[in-house]
Design a protein around this ligand. Structure first.
Ligand SMILES: Cc1ncc(COP(=O)(O)O)c(C=O)c1O
Length: 462
C-alpha cells in the first residue's frame, strides 16, 4: 500500500500484518510530513478534462470522482498530505444561497453555526455573503470577528458561558441566549461590567422529539440546554428588573440530522404560544429562532430529504402572522464536504482515523465511503478502520466496496460539518490540512496540517 504521496507500505489482512502496517504507516506519516509542500499560489496541474457538476459527484462518462471541475485523483496526486480535508466552495455557497432563497419574503437572519466548521477562509466567504453566525464560545466570537461577521448579526449560545466570553459578547453587541437562571445572572453581570445594553433571547425547550440519536437531540424537556419552561415567569421578572437587558426573542434548537420538517412546525407552533404569552407580559419580541438541525443524506441511497425551502415554508405562515424575524442556525446542511484517506485491504486500514473524523466512533454515525476511481475488483465487505489504539476507531463498518489496490484513495463523504471541527490530536495524530476547490476549478490550501512543532510549542517555557 502507498500513501497518497506514493510511498509503499504494502500489507495484507491478517491481524499481524495489520499491526506491522501500522508501524510502517507511522513512518510514512512522518515521511509525508516532510514532503515539500506546494507553495501557495503555485499553479496546480490537472491532467483530466474538467467535469461539469457541482460539489462532489461521480463522472457519468468515466466513473471517477470529481469535486466541481476537478478529478479527486488529480488533486490527491498533487497534495502532499494524507489524509486531508477537501471542500467545494461552490457547494458551500450554493447551500447558503438555498437558505437565502428559501427565506425570501420573510424578515430573517440566517446564521451559520460556526461549530460545524470553523475554517477561517470558509467563514470569511460566508461573512462576505452576508451570513450571520451562531457561536458557542468566546474564541468562536473572536474568529467570527476575524472573519468579518457583523457581531450584531451573531448569536451566542451555550449552557456554560464564561464571564469573559459574556463580557466580550456584551461589548460587541452580540445577541445572547439565556440558558438558565445562573446564565441570566452572568449575562446581567457582563452587561453591568461593560455598561452595555444586551439584547437577549430565551432558549426554550419545546419538548418536541426530533427523532434522532440521543446525543444530537437537544430540545426535549430533560435536555441540559435551555431554561425550565415552568420557571418562565421568574425569567421574565428577572429580565424586567435588569435595565441593561432587553428581551428580543425566543430560541429553540431541537437537535441535528432531522429529516422531517413537520417536527420544526410542531416546535414553531409551541414557540409561538410562548411568544404570545411573553408579548402579553409587555415585552417587545422580535425574533423567533428555530435553530438549526436540517439533516443531510449521509446514506447516499438517494433518500429524498427536505430542502431549506421545505423547512422555511413549514413555518412561514406562523412567522408572518406574528410579524417576527425568523432566525435559523444551519450548520450541517451548509457544510457537506469530505475527508479523503488512503485505502488498503480486508479491514481496510487507512491513515484517517477517529482523530481525523470522530462521528462514527462517537455516536455510530454513518458516513458514506467510496473509492476515488472506478474499479473492477471484486466487491467485499470491509470495516474501514484507522490506526488509533482504540477498538472504537473506525470510519465505516460492513461496507461493500471493491477491494482497493495499494495506494488507492478513499473518500469519506459529508465530512464538511462536525468533522474537522471535532478532530483531535489523540495518539498525537496531527490535525490534517484542508483544501478548497474554488471558482474555475482552482485548488486552494486553506489550512496547514498541524505539526508536532505546533504541539510542542504549548509546552514552551514550562
Ligand atoms: C444551538 C445550535 N444551533 C445550531 C446548530 C447547528 O445544527 P445543525 O448543524 O444540525 O444544522 C447546533 C448544533 O448542535 C446548535 O447546538
Amino acid at each position: 500500500m502507498q500513501t497518497i504521496s506514493g510511498r509503499s507500505v504494502a500489507g495484507r489482512t491478517s491481524r499481524a500484518a495489520i499491526a506491522s502496517q501500522r508501524v510502517r504507516k507511522a513512518c510514512v506519516v512522518r515521511d509525508a510530513a516532510v514532503v515539500e509542500e506546494k507553495p501557495v499560489g503555485t499553479a496546480w496541474e490537472f491532467t483530466q478534462p474538467a467535469g461539469k457538476g457541482l460539489g462532489w459527484y461521480t463522472g457519468a462518462e468515466d466513473g471517477y470522482m470529481y469535486v466541481d471541475q476537478l478529478r479527486v485523483e488529480d488533486i490527491r496526486r498533487q497534495v502532499p498530505e494524507s489524509p486531508f480535508y477537501l471542500y467545494s466552495k461552490n457547494r458551500i455557497m450554493h447551500n447558503y444561497q438555498a437558505y437565502k432563497k428559501a427565506l425570501e419574503g420573510l424578515s430573517s437572519l440566517p446564521c451559520y453555526a460556526v461549530k460545524a466548521n470553523n475554517n477561517l477562509i470558509i467563514m470569511k466567504e460566508l461573512a462576505a455573503a452576508g451570513a450571520g453566525a451562531v457561536l458557542v464560545s468566546g474564541n468562536e466570537l473572536k474568529m467570527a470577528m476575524a472573519a468579518g461577521f457583523d457581531p450584531s448579526r451573531t448569536i451566542f449560545n451555550g449552557n456554560g458561558k464564561l464571564p469573559w466570553e459574556l463580557e466580550l459578547a456584551a461589548e460587541k453587541g452580540v445577541l445572547i441566549n439565556i440558558d438558565s437562571e445562573f446564565d441570566l445572572q452572568n449575562i446581567a453581570a457582563a452587561a453591568r461590567k461593560t455598561g452595555k445594553k444586551v439584547k437577549v433571547l430565551l432558549r426554550i425547550n419545546p419538548d418536541v422529539d426530533p427523532q434522532v440519536h440521543p446525543y444530537v437531540s437537544t430540545g426535549l424537556a430533560g435536555s441540559k440546554f435551555g431554561i425550565r419552561n415552568s420557571h418562565i415567569g421568574w425569567f421574565l421578572e428577572a429580565i424586567r428588573a435588569e435595565p441593561l437587558l432587553e428581551l428580543v426573542g425566543v430560541h429553540s434548537h431541537l437537535g441535528s440530522t432531522i429529516t422531517k420538517v413537520n417536527i420544526f412546525r410542531d416546535a414553531a407552533v409551541i414557540m409561538c404560544e410562548f411568544v404570545k404569552m411573553i408579548r402579553s407580559e409587555g415585552f417587545n419580541l422580535q425574533y423567533l429562532n428555530i435553530g438549526g438541525g436540517l439533516g443531510i443524506d449521509y446514506s447516499h441511497q438517494g433518500q429524498v430529504l427536505p430542502t431549506p425551502t421545505d423547512l422555511i415554508d413549514t413555518v412561514r405562515d406562523i412567522v408572518k402572522e406574528l410579524g417576527l424575524t425568523l432566525v435559523i442556525e444551519p450548520g450541517r446542511s451548509m457544510g457537506r464536504r469530505r475527508v479523503k484517506t488512503n485505502g488498503n485491504k480486508h479491514f481496510i486500514v487507512i491513515d484517517g482515523s477517529m482523530a481525523t473524523l470522530i462521528r462514527p466512533s462517537l455516536y455510530g454515525a454513518y458516513q458514506h465511503i467510496e473509492l476515488t476511481k472506478p474499479s473492477n475488483a471484486p466487491m467485499e465487505t470491509f470495516d474501514v478502520v484507522g490506526p488509533i489504539c482504540e477498538s472504537g476507531d473506525y470510519l465505516g463498518k460492513d461496507r461493500q466496496l471493491p477491494t482497493p489496490q495499494p495506494g488507492d484513495g478513499l473518500v469519506v463523504h459529508d465530512a464538511g460539518a462536525y468533522c474537522m471541527s471535532m478532530a483531535s490530536n489523540y495518539n498525537l495524530k496531527m490535525r490534517p490540512a484542508e483544501y478548497l476547490v474554488e471558482e474555475g476549478g482552482k485548488l486552494r490550501k486553506i489550512r496547514h496540517e498541524e505539526t508536532l512543532e505546533h504541539h510542542l510549542s504549548v509546552f514552551d517555557g514550562l
